[in-house]
Design a binder for this molecule. Structure first.
Ligand code: F6P
Length: 520
């Protein structure tokens, strides 16, 4: 078998060669290009034919996946080995969405029954809140949930709610993430404490921002409702003692285990607020979509494996062609938070520069990812995509059919998505007027789903989760730790003590001056 180092060299050489040919010319040279580079999986169609690889370039990328041991690594993950080596943990978010009766093990310990027990409790609680069987302290049904959490305890539920929220929800959902007091103030503004359920979500239940916001919301409830206010609290966490210490009744605490990474946790108890506000059926469909993608990822050969192919397209651009940024652009207003979600999933997972063994990776890792929703961004940053000095690959995500709004507007939306991808690739030469010259040859992937159903969203989330995993294997990094966030957290604690009048500590002159200024 080729060693990864040799396979990397071959990939880089192939990409250099392919980079000298325009993507449109690859189509001319490869009559079967479309059928080789369109992958269907779990209701999603991935068109990777507008990527810069030739047949030989793709072969080099697939050879790299083989040499890096993607298939064996995938099996280590699914079989519950502690592949998060720096934290000594298994990585098993797939167990969360496997149907009842699955048999996942974390480091040899069976976990699926435990997942099913919590899932059943979540559904029972969700249905009881929705039906009004569980009510607030004054006997009124809950009408609003305030979901408090940050990072992985926020971005996934926010994405899911915005994507699937009914036009007129029976139970509304508001989010508080930032410790900025304006965030919790705005979330609570206009709400009736008697009909508000506060769900505190934190894997650790120690995160500074979440604890401050949960404290503020609890105070708001207690001021209005007195001691009975605690019946308006629920939590999702791995830290059950801390939830109890906060005053949340045991039957309102929904646990999960440390083999669920924060940014992979939306289908655990972290999704509780969504399960309540969307209802059991939608939440089950979300899980089923992700489970279908898990099965596809585990079984499909590399060349027709959607997450693998998406990862290889990224690595081809990032490492083969030196492209440091990428855009994820859903042409679906409801998916407008996808890039925000992926910023944590991709950049917290793969924004690393040492290998599993602690050596320098020696090559580029995760690209910076951004995007909102088309068509709005066509009138914001797309100028740079078409004519900027950097080539920024794009993932277009589009939905064929929409059940809401004037039907023709959906057709207009789709026309724009397709036209942008075409324009980026083909360009339009104008030698006489350089300002009006479109160089083209700018790559994109096109992901198409039929309708934005919970099932399709679940499949899309799992597609990106496994893409990130494959990239981590290729780069030989730990995609499941996040040590890079720790230094800032601990310094914030020190600075806070000083801002609150504590003894000044040693700082660089700039930091010391800022602290002095705020203590004046
Ligand atoms: O930003 C660091 C981080 O640990 C993320 O990985 C995590 O999703 C977030 O903080 C929130 O953590 P918790 O769920 O423990 O509050």
């Amino acid at each position: 078998m080729t060693q990864p180092a040799a396979a990397w060299t071959a990939l880089e050489a192939a990409a250099r060669k392919d980079g000298a040919t325009r993507i449109v010319d690859h189509f001319k040279a490869e009559p079967d290009r479309l059928e080789r580079l369109v992958v269907d999986a779990c209701g999603l169609r991935l068109d990777l034919s507008k990527q810069p690889w030739s047949r030989a370039g793709l072969a080099a990328a697939l050879a790299l996946a083989g040499a890096a041991g993607v298939e064996a690594a995938r099996e280590r993950m699914f079989s519950g080995q502690a592949i998060n080596v720096t934290e000594g943990r298994a990585v098993l978010h797939m167990a969360l969405r496997a149907p009842d009766g699955a048999a996942f093990h974390a480091e040899g310990r069976p976990v699926s029954r435990g997942v099913e027990t919590v899932r059943a409790r979540i559904y029972a609680f969700a249905e009881a809140v929705r039906s009004g069987e569980i009510r607030g302290a004054t006997g009124k049904a809950f009408r609003t949930i305030v979901h408090i959490g940050i990072g992985g305890s926020d971005l996934g539920p926010r994405l899911v709610w915005r994507a699937l929220k009914p036009l007129e929800p029976a139970i509304d959902l508001r989010f508080v993430g930032n410790v900025d007091p304006a965030d919790v103030a705005q979330a609570l503004a206009g709400l009736d404490p008697e009909t508000t359920l506060v769900v505190a979500v934190s894997k650790t239940f120690t995160t500074q921002e979440t604890m401050a916001n949960a404290f503020a919301a609890r105070t708001w409830l207690r001021e209005a409702l007195g001691p009975k206010a605690d019946g308006h609290l629920a939590a999702a966490s791995t830290n059950l003692p801390a939830c109890a210490a906060f005053g949340i009744a045991a039957d309102r605490v929904f646990g999960f285990e440390d083999w669920v990474g924060g940014r992979y946790s939306v289908m655990s108890a972290v999704g509780l607020s969504c399960a309540i506000a969307l209802g059991r059926v939608a939440f089950e469909d979300l899980l089923a979509g992700a489970a279908a993608m898990d099965d596809h990822f585990r079984a499909a050969p590399l060349a027709t494996n959607a997450p693998v192919m998406l990862a290889l397209a990224h690595v081809f651009n990032r490492n083969g062609l030196g492209r440091p940024m990428r855009v994820v652009e859903p042409y679906a207003e409801r998916l407008g938070l996808l890039a925000n979600y992926l910023q944590q999933l991709e950049m917290e997972s793969n924004g690393k520069r040492v290998t599993l063994g602690g050596e320098p990776v020696g090559r580029a890792t995760a690209a910076a990812v951004f995007g909102n929703a088309g068509t709005n961004d066509q009138h914001a940053f797309f100028q740079m995509l078409h004519q900027g000095a950097d080539i920024i690959p794009v993932d277009f995500v589009a939905v064929a059919r929409s059940a809401e709004g004037p039907p023709r507007q959906q057709t207009i939306l789709l026309a724009n998505a397709i036209a942008q991808a075409e324009a980026l690739m083909t360009g339009k030469a104008n030698a006489a007027e350089p300002h009006r010259d479109f160089p083209g040859d700018r790559p994109s992937s096109f992901i198409l789903m039929d309708q934005l159903t919970p099932h399709a969203l679940g499949a899309l989330i799992a597609l990106y989760e496994h893409k990130v995993f494959v990239e981590g294997v290729l780069w030989d990094i730990d995609s499941f730790d996040q040590w890079g966030v720790e230094l800032g957290k601990s310094l914030a604690g020190k600075v806070l003590a000083e801002l609150e009048g504590g003894e000044p500590d040693a700082h660089d002159p700039s930091t010391a001056a800022l602290i002095r200024r705020l203590r004046e």
